[in-house]
Write a protein that binds this ligand. Structure first.
Ligand code: SDX
Length: 391
């Protein structure tokens, strides 16, 4: 029993559940995926290896990895009918609005992986989603800037392919910088999964009703969009740009400490971590690597580093255990790569798809999985008789 609610084997009335995928120790800043520390995975493995690990429970052998990469590459294209979906959007539609709509519509194109009781169909759907999300994400960007869609190229790695679909144009190829491709792959890995966060719980709750996996992922995308969750990377960069220079930081820190002011320091704090987010540590190193390799001297990084220093030393933040989270540095890296802020959460959603769909698959494979039905503490009126009125 958990407090007011009973524990259902398949799903949690409290919105929590049994899972073997990710472990977080918020007090000590620990994040494990299937037992492996996130900093090792982010530096020793690539994103597709992490996808294989999350969905299967074990890291792939060299042969299994090669076969998995080949399968993913054979699913990267999308049905031509999906391209026509975009014509219904206005050019200034937020890319997250397009991603959510198009992902939800995938079930109208792919019908041989919708039998959620069949583990093989579930695994096929997972591979399809991992393969197609970069293609759809890049389509959202290209449509928003009025450029033609660029199809996937199997000669490229997963992150190289995404960058190429984002930035190459018919007039000239995009020259892939290995340091940028490595940073992109690392950002995918650092956002891959994170236990029962709001969007993952949304996917699980949607899946517990038997909804098709594409609809469940669209629900996760919608939940992630919020600025308190996946929208924080976009909000963080907007905040850093608004602060603009180190001499204005104190003004914003004061606002963040003023309880009468709804302003929050974007990129700081976490529902679970009361220590440094281990992903933020890797993201910080990657941020410096990318800026150094590109020779970029971004004044926003100066603002970010000074803000980080102040927040880590300020008694208010120390007492409330507020540390930089994964979103604090990712925005600076993405900006350095040339990705617009409107695409930041799209990249978070692309990365997190494997986490969402692995939790969905795990829940459906658990015996006795039940529909999620969180209860409530009722605070309304006592029972009373209705008085009809003259109409
Ligand atoms: C993600 O769940 C996940 O795992 C999410 C995620 C994932 O990978 O899926 O990790 C991704 O969503 C990271 C979080 C990104 N969001 C932001 O950076 C937005 C800014 N952060 C805040 O909105 C906030 O920190 C939350 C929403 C993330 C957490 O808010 P809580 O639950 O209120 O945090 P808390 O209970 O630890 O707060 C303690 C105190 C509170 O003040 P008091 O009520 O005690 O007076 O600190 C305050 C909060 O008001 N506080 C902040 C703050 N975050 C919390 N004050 C100023 N700035 C902040 N950022």
């Amino acid at each position: 029993k958990h407090g007011y609610f009973t524990f259902d084997p398949g799903f949690l009335a409290t919105g929590s559940c049994e899972s073997a995928i990710t472990y977080i120790d918020g007090a000590n800043g620990v994040l494990l995926h299937r037992g492996y520390p996130i900093d090792q995975l982010a530096t020793e493995a690539d994103y597709l290896e992490v996808c294989y690990l999350l969905m299967n429970g074990e890291a792939p052998t060299s042969e299994e990895y090669k076969e998995f990469v080949s399968i993913i590459k054979n699913h990267t294209m999308v049905h031509e009918g999906i391209a026509s979906f975009f014509n219904g959007f206005s050019r200034d539609a937020h890319p997250m609005a397009m991603l959510c709509a198009v992902t939800g519509a995938l079930s109208s194109f792919y019908h041989n992986d919708l039998d959620i009781s069949d583990p093989d169909q579930r695994k096929r759907c997972i591979k399809r989603l991992v393969a197609k999300m970069p293609t759809i994400a890049a389509m959202c960007y290209k449509y928003s800037i009025g450029q033609p869609f660029v199809g996937p190229k199997n000669s490229l790695s997963y992150s190289e392919n995404f960058l190429n679909m984002m930035f190459s144009v018919p007039a000239e190829d995009y020259e892939i910088n290995p340091a940028v491709a490595k940073a992109m792959d690392r950002i995918f890995t650092l956002h891959a999964d994170h236990e029962q966060n709001a969007s993952t719980s949304t996917v699980r709750l949607s899946g517990s009703s038997g909804a098709n996996p594409y609809a469940c992922i669209a629900a996760g995308i919608a939940s992630l969009w919020g600025p308190a969750h996946g929208g924080a990377n976009e909000a963080c960069l907007t905040m850093l740009e608004e602060i603009g220079s180190v001499d204005r930081i104190d003004e914003y820190v004061a606002k963040a400490k003023d309880k009468s002011d709804p302003f929050r320091l974007m990129g700081f704090g976490h529902r679970v971590y009361k220590n440094f987010d281990p992903r933020a540590k890797v993201m910080r190193e990657t941020c410096h690597e990318v800026l150094d390799s590109l020779g970029i001297d971004d004044p926003l990084l100066d603002v970010a580093m000074k803000l980080e220093k102040i927040a880590l030393e300020d008694p208010y933040f120390v007492e409330k255990k507020l540390y930089p989270n994964v979103d604090f540095y990712s925005g600076i890296i993405l900006k350095a790569i040339g990705i617009p802020t409107s695409m930041f959460t799209v990249i978070f959603a692309l990365s997190r798809t494997i986490g969402w769909i692995s939790h969905w698959d795990e829940m459906l494979s658990q015996p006795g999985a039940k529909i999620g039905r969180p209860r409530q503490m009722y605070t309304g009126s006592d029972k009373r008789d209705f008085q009809p009125i003259e109409k």
